[in-house]
Design a protein around this ligand. Structure first.
Ligand SMILES: NC(=O)C1=CN([C@@H]2O[C@H](COP(=O)(O)OP(=O)(O)OC[C@H]3O[C@@H](n4cnc5c(N)ncnc54)[C@H](O)[C@@H]3O)[C@@H](O)[C@H]2O)C=CC1
Ligand SMILES: O=C(O)CCC(=O)C(=O)O
Length: 387
């Protein structure tokens, strides 16, 4: 039996199914793996029993992934599984910030007891006149799973779409409409935009990337949309731009002590991924990643270890080694196996950044002394006997 600790509400109805051979536990120290969403794990006391963590969602700035890698804990996310949900709410924010929808609905509610409300509505409606998205310039920062969908949708709405992503993947470049004009600098992207929407992860080079200088380049009365992370905008700069009317609206998914005090804001409760479909997609992807890792040692969509697959574990034994990406690890591993006279059927070694993963199948079970010797290799983080 494998034990799973669930942190956060993964789905609205609480339904999470791993199938036979799995149990849910309350005590993390009894768990083999964690299934989670947005809880901040920095400073969390992670027990040694945890071998893997799957984050239902895209952003992993809430998880100390480098530290966990060095403890032999593989962290997964679910790329793209909630991207459509975010795209839809971003489009919603574009419309809300352009058409006086919320203000006009508020007026109706406030005048609900007026018997002649139909006539009076005709008189006040000029106060809620807005502008159309068609023909307006939108800048999209980050053209990954969410940003590429937002950019393409804006093309279909007839907008003049510009995108900035120095690290765009080949897959997303292929998906992007040819009508999205890619620019090489953040400044060129911001210049003259009526709408600016952010779709980058929170990391060293994106924290505070939208500040006074970038906001100054936008068209007068532009709209800023942040459904990425609160850290990406300089909140003081945004507040000043709103007060001075340089920004007409700021739509954000992050209610912080500063954003809640700003004028002209649409603020949601980190609900960009809040659809039944996105929750189910994320849970399905995260659960299958965890199961394949726990049962077979295969890694897909990890954010701190390389992808690696040897299919189902069918040989007598399968061993996985999580270690630093340094010279002579394979040499040391095979030397230890040779001492045990172990016949390796198949071996795969993959690396990503500072970390590497070596997995092999053998004809017979290894001696426990052999496993101990593998664990003693310097820079070896964890050795798993999967089978
Ligand atoms: N509000 C919500 O509920 C949600 C928020 N998010 C946030 O949005 C972010 C993006 O999500 P996805 O598109 O799914 O991630 P993704 O990983 O598919 O795309 C991120 C893109 O940003 C690009 N990028 C990285 N650094 C950059 C930089 N310095 N300048 C420009 N582009 C850069 C990458 O090359 C990549 O194409 C997540 O990391 C997360 O923080 C994602 C999903 C839901
Ligand atoms: O609703 C959630 O779990 C957060 C989604 C999110 O922010 C992400 O996927 O990065």
């Amino acid at each position: 039996m494998r034990n799973i600790k669930i942190i956060d509400d993964i789905t609205k109805d609480g339904q999470v199914t791993f199938g036979d051979g799995y149990a849910f536990v309350d005590d993390t120290a009894e768990a083999d793996a964690i299934l989670m969403r947005s809880t901040d794990l920095h400073g969390y006391d992670l027990p040694a029993s945890i071998r893997a963590i799957a984050r239902c969602g895209a952003g992993v700035n809430n998880i100390p992934i480098d530290d966990y890698a060095k403890r032999g804990v593989v962290v997964f996310n679910s790329p793209g599984a909630n991207a459509n949900a975010v795209k839809e709410i971003v489009l919603c924010m574009m419309v809300l910030s352009s058409r006086g929808v919320v203000q006009s609905m508020d007026w109706v509610r406030q005048n609900a007891d007026d018997p002649d409300i139909l006539t009076h509505a005709e008189h006040v409606k000029k106060a809620f006149v807005g502008r159309e998205l068609k023909g307006k310039r939108v800048g999209v920062i980050g053209l990954g799973n969410v940003g590429s969908k937002v950019a393409n949708a804006c093309v279909y709405l007839g907008m003049d779409v510009y995108g900035y992503d120095p690290f765009i993947s080949v897959e997303h470049a292929w998906e992007l409409s040819r009508d999205v004009q890619r620019v090489g600098t953040l400044e060129d992207l911001c210049r003259g935009c009526d709408y600016l929407t952010l779709h980058v992860p929170s990391k060293a080079d994106t924290v505070g990337m939208i500040g006074t200088d970038q906001l100054a380049l936008l068209a007068p009365g532009a709209v800023l949309i942040n459904f990425a992370r609160e850290t990406i905008v300089d909140e003081d700069a945004v507040d000043a731009a709103l007060h001075e009317g340089r920004l007409s609206w700021f739509a954000t998914d992050f209610a912080t002590p500063k954003t809640v005090l700003m004028p002209n804001t649409f603020i949601t409760t980190h609900s960009g991924a809040g659809t039944e479909e996105a929750e189910a997609n994320c849970a399905d992807m995260a659960i299958s990643e965890l199961k394949d890792y726990l049962e077979n040692g295969n890694i897909a969509h990890s954010v701190n270890y390389p992808s690696c697959s040897m299919g189902k574990a069918r040989a007598a034994s399968r061993i996985a080694c999580l270690h630093a990406n340094v010279p002579n690890m394979i040499g040391q591993i095979t030397a230890i196996l040779a001492k045990d006279n172990a016949n390796v059927q198949r071996m795969v070694n993959e690396s990503a950044g500072e970390n590497a993963y070596t997995m092999f199948d053998t004809d017979e079970h290894l001696e426990s002394s052999t496993i101990d010797a593998l664990k003693r290799i310097s820079s070896m983080y964890r050795v798993r006997v999967i089978k």
